[in-house]
Design a protein around this ligand. Sequence first.
Ligand code: GBH
Length: 491
Amino acid sequence: APTSSTRLADRFPPGFVWGAATAAYQIEGAAAEDGRAPSIWDTFSRVPGRVHAGDTGDVATDHYHRYREDVALMAELGLGAYRFSIAWARVRPTGSGPANAAGLDFYDRLVDELLAHGVDPYATLYHWDLPQALQDAGGWGARDTSARFADYARLVAARLGDRVRDWTTLNEPWCSAFLGHGSGVHAPGATDQELSLRANHHLLLAHGLGVAALRAELPAGHRIGITLNPAAVRPLSDRPADLDAVRRVDGLANRIHLGPLLRGEYPADVLRDTASVTDWAFVRDGDLAEIARPIDVLGVNYYTPLLVGGAEDDGTGTARAAGLRDDGHGASGYSPWPACADVRFAQVPGERTAMGWGVDPSGLYDVLSRLRAEAPGLPLMVTENGAAYEDRMDPTGAIEDVERTAYIAAHVAAVGRAVDDGVDVRGYFVWSLLDNFEWAYGYTKRFGIVHVDFATGRRTPKRSARWYAAVIAGNRVPEAEPASDGLGSID
Ligand code: GBH
């Protein structure tokens, strides 16, 4: 089998897309400007105890005002593409009412700025920031929210579709459904397993209706997809109970989305496993055909594998009991996994990032290979991959983030191995361009290849940014470290 050292000498295929990703609530700030209304994250971040230190996205990286500077930075790095999300509550403040011209204008300016700098815009329509007005009407628990999403998709496509070729409906519906409504560590903060499965279905339905709306609005040849966070689920041991835990968690993490999206059906074992939680009456005739509408690309976000075991203690001492995962996702006391109270979750051994997540690039290779097998012919795109580490600025103002650089290098190499093996991976987007609002962790976890001083807004490219610029320039992982000059700090 090819090794990472084979890939170090090889180039990626011509046209391979090298990008960086962000999301609206995590970077924009300007939360009350130009007619933007609150989203569920504005509300949630104000509930005491939900977000570290009471942090909010009110200012974030102030990208709303600094987007020109940020696009200039992207151009300096040589990024071929920039994946950003659109804030629904900026362009249609109450979710279903009139459009807000000033909100649409912002994305219009951003797209023009990107194109003027040779950076291809990749737009995600929903990265977790539901308009609060729609939450007040039932949120993702309400079937009508799916139709409202399709209306919103059409509105944005009508404005940007002449210039944006690449569209993503949803980012990680698993997180919206199960972290938002099961464990409650994300907005809207519900802890109701039945509701999490219902919300998941309505998110999938929103995707399907959104695809139809985008197809109707966009010129032929534009690409439409969805971004999932497919889990590399591994057993604690080969005991039957552990292998069965893998089957169940794989069902709830992966097949609950891949079944409907790729085959127009929920897996029978998932329906059976969750029968004590819901009767699935929210699935109506025709929904699955809607959800299974053809897509052009599947986005993959990957950070860390998921290690699981069945009920009995297998003596490894690595797992905690009761379905609660000590990975820093917030100790709400509620599990995001329905009907899995007996399942134990653990981290892979070895190095951890600042999130407490284990580092294992083979999980990315495994996920890409598995998707090739399950969705033959469907192009894949790594839409997020990256790591939080505790960066230190040295006395000269430089940030030598060697761990992040090594993390990204190892994962890019894993993508290279998948490409070598014939997996149709079209691109890689690092998470994230900028340090930003890391959801329940507030500003304490830094994922950026560019440092942000949250007091002043000052941007400083880290070593990882310079290294990534060299990857992009050569369309390959460089064998030597790039020189540390060339990219200074940008005020
Ligand atoms: C992405 O989510 C987000 O798209 C992005 O906005 C965010 O900033 C970035 O990652 C970094 O967090 O512990 O049971 O929840 C990734 C979220 C992290 C969700 C790992 C699944 C493991 C299962 N994923 N997590 S669990």
